[in-house]
Ligand binder design. Structure first.
Ligand code: PLP
Length: 414
């Protein structure tokens, strides 16, 4: 057995093994990563990659940050799990830090973004049901997760297909249109859920007046305002939370992704009056608030709340956006560029798959969402030099692609 598994490791192709053993739900790029440090990843052949995607906004403070490694090591030597039937210190300390930095109130810990939103939806329903209200207004083009409740809140049909019937009670308004929200609010509405910057939907920031307007509508109609900051929170916008960029305070805030520095920990934060809707037994999670993940989270919060780092996100983000605008001017394949801080997108007129794979070949990791939007989510401590490196690879790829397309077009004309 030991002999056989050793042979597998040495001689069999991991891509084939993945196909054989793992549910085929991910279209993976053909690269096997074995090491990470700061803004770089290395594959099994020793090739180095500049990571401008951070594992979908997870490794925001870089890979294997020494403070995170140390916290994980120290905590795992003391206690890895005890369950939520007892008290553990890292969970309570992380809660205190998170609440001090955000809304105050209370937090529920879980393990993923979907679970953080699931908790927010249950909370909104439990409170709303006391007044006969259980409908939630969400937005077209949004993404809130893959559980049935969070899928039901996700405003993209392609994710729903085959999983019907979805949960009753979600209505979808146009993002950035207050008028369309107003039309959907009824005496049965209990909450509005929104990403301040739609990530998966194509990097669309909310307009300031829109979020201010949502807050007003919620106040007037006694609705809960839920901000899903799972992708855009924790420093990515140049503020510790995206709601601070807008000066609009939600009633419920959901966080995940980068909170554990790469380990799974998620948080649903609610003001006291809302949090107290849940009583004993209303919600739970075996692993939620795990001591090791929380020990990592405590360090992550110290790092991402540092003013110097946040200023770097703002300044380097502005510089990156400027560089992307220059690319847009140069190549008409680039239709639009947008974003806040280090959550940026470049919308193309063509499918971006080829660009992503060409960048990968040249040692740059980026992503494409909605087929045509290149999405950039680099670590928050990158500098101008890193931006220049990434942009020069991107320019090279775009130039070659445009030349190739031009060549193909002129060949056709002949
Ligand atoms: C805004 C937002 N909400 C929720 C989720 C779901 O998070 P998870 O995949 O951790 O369940 C994501 C994941 O991409 C997201 O971007």
């Amino acid at each position: 057995m030991g002999h056989k598994s050793k042979r597998n490791k040495n001689f069999m192709n991991y891509f084939d093994l993945e196909k054989k053993y793992i549910f085929q739900t991910y279209k993976r790029a053909p690269v096997l990563f074995v090491k990470g440090s700061g803004k770089y990843l290395w594959d099994n052949k020793g090739k180095k990659y500049l990571d401008f995607f951070s594992g979908i906004s997870v490794s925001s403070i870089g890979h294997c940050h020494p403070k995170i490694v140390k916290a994980i090591k120290t905590q795992s030597e003391k206690l890895i799990h005890a369950s939520n039937l007892y008290y553990t210190t890292p969970q309570i300390e992380l809660a205190q830090s998170l609440l001090d930095l955000s809304l105050g109130g209370k937090v529920f810990f879980s393990n993923s973004g979907a679970e953080a939103n699931e908790c927010a939806i249950k909370l909104a329903r439990k409170l709303g049901n006391k007044a006969g209200k259980n409908e939630i207004v969400a937005f077209k083009n949004s993404f809130h997760g893959r559980t049935i409740a969070t899928l039901s809140a996700t405003g993209q049909k392609k994710f729903h297909k085959g999983f019907e019937p979805l949960l009753y009670g979600f209505k979808f308004a146009e993002f950035n249109s207050l008028f369309s929200v107003e039309k959907l609010i009824s005496p049965k509405t209990c909450a509005i859920i929104v990403e301040p910057i739609q990530g998966e939907g194509g990097v669309y920031p909310a307009k300031k007046e829109f979020l201010i307007g949502l807050r007003k509508l919620c106040n007037e109609n006694k609705l809960l305002l839920i901000f899903d900051e799972i992708q855009c929170g924790l420093g990515r916008t140049g503020e510790i939370f995206a709601y601070k960029n807008y000066g609009v305070i939600p009633d419920i805030l959901t966080l995940a992704k980068s909170l554990g520095g790469g380990l799974p920990v998620a948080a649903t934060i609610a003001k006291n009056k809302v949090a107290e809707t849940f009583s004993f037994g209303d919600h739970g999670s075996t692993f939620g608030g795990n001591p090791v993940c929380c020990a990592a989270g405590i360090e992550v919060l110290k790092i991402v709340s540092d003013k110097k780092l946040l200023k770097n996100v703002e300044l380097t983000g502005n510089y990156f956006l400027l560089k992307l605008k220059e690319l847009q001017k140069k190549y008409n394949t680039v239709k639009n560029v947008r974003g806040i801080g280090l959550m940026l997108g470049a919308e193309l007129k063509i499918n971006g798959k080829e660009i992503v794979s060409d960048c990968l070949q040249r040692g740059l990791l980026i992503n494409c969402t909605q087929d045509k939007v290149l999405r950039f989510l680099p670590p928050l401590n990158i500098n101008r030099k890193d931006v220049n490196t990434a942009v020069s690879i991107l320019t090279d790829v775009l130039r070659k692609l445009c030349n190739h397309r031009f060549h193909r077009l002129t060949q056709k004309e002949k």
